[in-house]
Design a protein around this ligand. Sequence first.
Ligand SMILES: N[C@@H](CCC(=O)N[C@@H](CS)C(=O)NCC(=O)O)C(=O)O
Length: 256
Amino acid sequence: MGIIKPTNKSVESFKGLHLYHTGFSNCAMRVRIALEEKELEWSSHLVDILKGENLTKVYMGINPNAVVPTLVNDGVVVIDSADIIDYLDKQFSPGSLRPVSAEDEQVMYDWMYLARNNHLSIKTYMYGNVDFLQNMKKTSEEMDEYRKNQSFDSALLEFHERFNSNEGFTKTELDKATAVIDNCFKHMDERLKDNDWLAGDGFSLADIAWIPQLVILKVAKYPFENYPNLEKWKNAIIQRPSFKQGVLAWLPEMAN
Ligand SMILES: N[C@@H](CCC(=O)N[C@@H](CS)C(=O)NCC(=O)O)C(=O)O
């Protein structure tokens, strides 16, 4: 992940920053918040994942995992939201989004990679609990194509096999995903008891990686009331212009 060589060469001639994204995608929210925080100009390429626009050969030539977001910067293609926001922060230095000390920076990366590593649990929870996401079920022809083309990320392929199976996710699978998520928020609640931010003393990529999880899990009615220390942190972030521009502007129906 990170910088990749696309097989769809057309994007290599792009100038400036281009983002392939979907309004309600939590992974895309991260990148839009980072772009807003860094006050960068960017061109939007909306990909309707509910209609399977991420499954076309053209798009998979840019992102072989067939997921959003994908960033193109002067023809350089970067995939995976954690790697994209890290890339943006390193590439465009004003307005640093990381703590100063190496120790706190490592804490920041730990939170970012925790979000990445638990993405499929959140996805299982969402797809198992939110009605409109049932539209993302693939036909058997689409599934055959997907198996042929998306061979890059085997865990994601397995996720789609389970979601598209006749029985869907089992209760055991949903319980397991819920336990993973509960554990993350328990850990976050502990951190935020005595700290304003997830890493170091200021807003960082760690906070950017996690706030979208609250936005989408709220749609699935996740019981955030069990984690009282998240409230002040969440309220501080949703006041930021970057949240308004990077999340709410693309998602007016979920405005907080
Ligand atoms: N680790 C990837 C995950 C990307 C991902 O799963 N994106 C979702 C939207 S949040 C997507 O495109 N789903 C469509 C699909 O899985 O078919 C990232 O952080 O960029």
